[in-house]
Design a protein around this ligand. Structure first.
Ligand code: CA
Length: 233
């Protein structure tokens, strides 16, 4: 499982240490030293997990966490908060702000990576499954086959990746820019309207002969797999 992790930490030595260790465990890691930079970056990118320091220049980790929880796209983003021992009494406030887990400095790297693994397993069980299911939709990743209600569906390669990306993260809302980065890759320049075109094609292929649409258009935000569809479809 190759998950993307964003580290937001202004202590350079710690940031490097975490990056080195998490990369050696197979994660793709990005680091930022300022809270306000992380805030901007998270409007464009959608990592699978964020390791967020409490005290940061620009914007505190607490405030950033609060903002992330208030936005549809990052409401469910897994967050592990880091704090110094003296700040431990603020623990309750940290969790109330919406962090999923909390770790007190100094901590050992194996301890943090165990927490990262546990949170990813809890938050993103879909990332490690060979077969993804959502409502009556199924994606068999080994065979690269898609079906709805048992009927095979032919998808182009881009629509397939788009569906796979959404099904790995059911219910999460993605902006067009995040979908571009996640599905097409951040190195390529493509107009955001391209996303709408491919979502349109994907919808058409999935919904032929069906009355319910698994994809939700979130006004002003982007797209998501519809939670209600997952439960009833
Ligand atoms: Ca700090």
């Amino acid at each position: 499982m190759k998950a993307n992790i964003l580290i937001v930490e202004d202590e350079e030595a710690l940031s490097l240490l975490l990056r080195y260790n998490l990369e050696s465990e197979g994660y793709a890691v990005e680091t930022v030293a300022r809270g306000d930079e992380a805030d901007l970056l998270l409007k464009e990118q959608s990592p699978d997990l964020v390791i967020l320091d409490w005290m940061l220049p620009g914007l505190s980790g607490i405030e950033l966490c609060r903002r992330l929880r208030a936005r549809a796209e990052t409401k469910r983003l897994p967050i592990i908060m880091l704090t110094a021992r003296g700040e431990e009494s603020e623990r309750v406030r940290g969790l109330a702000t919406g962090a999923d887990d909390y770790i007190v400095k100094p901590f050992s790297v194996p301890e943090l990576s165990a927490r990262v693994r546990a949170l990813l397993r809890r938050a993103l069980p879909e990332r490690i499954a060979d077969v993804l299911s959502f409502g009556d939709l199924e994606v068999d990743r080994e065979k690269r086959r898609v079906s709805r209600a048992g009927q095979a569906i032919d998808l182009g390669p881009t629509e397939y990746r788009l569906l796979e990306f959404l099904m790995e993260r059911p219910g999460r809302v993605f902006s067009r820019e995040q979908l571009l980065n996640g599905v097409w890759g951040s190195q390529i320049y493509i107009d955001e309207r391209t996303v709408d075109v491919h979502v349109g094609r994907l919808r058409k292929a999935l919904n032929r002969g069906h009355h319910t649409d698994p994809i939700r258009t979130v006004r002003g935000a982007g797209y998501a797999l519809d939670d209600r569809f997952g439960k009833t479809g």
